[in-house]
Design a protein around this ligand. Sequence first.
Ligand SMILES: NC(=O)c1ccc[n+]([C@@H]2O[C@H](COP(=O)([O-])OP(=O)(O)OC[C@H]3O[C@@H](n4cnc5c(N)ncnc54)[C@H](O)[C@@H]3O)[C@@H](O)[C@H]2O)c1
Length: 313
Amino acid sequence: MRLLVTGGCGFIGSNFISHWLSGHPGSEIVNLDLMTYAADMRNLEEAEGRGCETVVGDIADRDLVSRIVRDVDAVVNFAAETHVDSSIMDSAQFVHSNVIGVHSILEACRKHEKRLHHVSTDEVYGSLGPGEGRFTENSRYAPMNPYSATKASGDHLVRAYFNTYGIKATISNCGNNYGPRQHAEKLVPKTITNAMLGRKIPVYGSGRQIRDWIHVWDHCSAIEAILEKGRLGETYLVGASNEMENINVIKSILRTMGKQDSLIEHVADRPGHDARYALDPSKLVKETGWICRYGFEEGMKATVDWYLKRIGS
Ligand SMILES: NC(=O)c1ccc[n+]([C@@H]2O[C@H](COP(=O)([O-])OP(=O)(O)OC[C@H]3O[C@@H](n4cnc5c(N)ncnc54)[C@H](O)[C@@H]3O)[C@@H](O)[C@H]2O)c1
């Protein structure tokens, strides 16, 4: 099996490459990554030379993508601009990578008749109220910020290419990931880093926003399960059924680190901040047999240890 993984120097892509190579010895991965500020070559230290080769380039470069896709069996698309705050400041690069980039991959998969798994987010479904149940694969798309709008556009293109051209595609929409290798701009690494340095930890508004937190390795095993057992043309929600308020995620990290809650500093809320995301993963579990392995407490403790080691090294 030869895979094209895009965005493999980022958080989830690099964890997926490690996961895949461990479970599929002898397989090969081409990682296509633009090496934006979010990429870190250290994330692939153990994978490079063990079946993974990195090409620096843009998923929106149609000639390059077509050349690579021609010689692989399947594509897993992680590459994206991912920081909601940055998309609010300027969304041009989000449209480029998350919409034009997806279109370029779809064209290559159409031309060379290759399998695609497209990685997306629960944010495409917008915001839930407190008593509103959870997102399912049938929930209506209602993106509320430029990041989620571009991810929703990418998903729509994938679905349209399946319906129109019959390309062999699946989509997954996952909740908030935590685990090793995430960029320091995101909530979990930022909390750990600031707490370690004794700096204030900024929290948007009340911090009562609810997210459905999953360990990145559980996300990776879900993508593997969909690649191997998912039905073409289908979408699968990936979640750990672990709804938590952001403020409680931060407090849990501080507890693990033996730090005081007084480090928390409430700042002005993000414009259009979604109140709650929650996903129902029943379809994924039923159709692929996927099992969520990491509990939040143990997963977060290992995550904290990992960042402390990286910051200290
Ligand atoms: N982090 C989460 O909690 C989460 C949750 C659900 C879904 N997702 C989705 O998972 C995917 C990966 O997220 P992440 O958190 O690992 O992101 P990340 O920001 O850590 O990494 C993104 C990677 O994509 C690369 N990239 C960006 N634009 C590119 C382009 N045009 N061409 C080639 N490479 C490009 C970057 O250099 C980087 O290495 C994204 O599609 C994201 O929408 C993330």
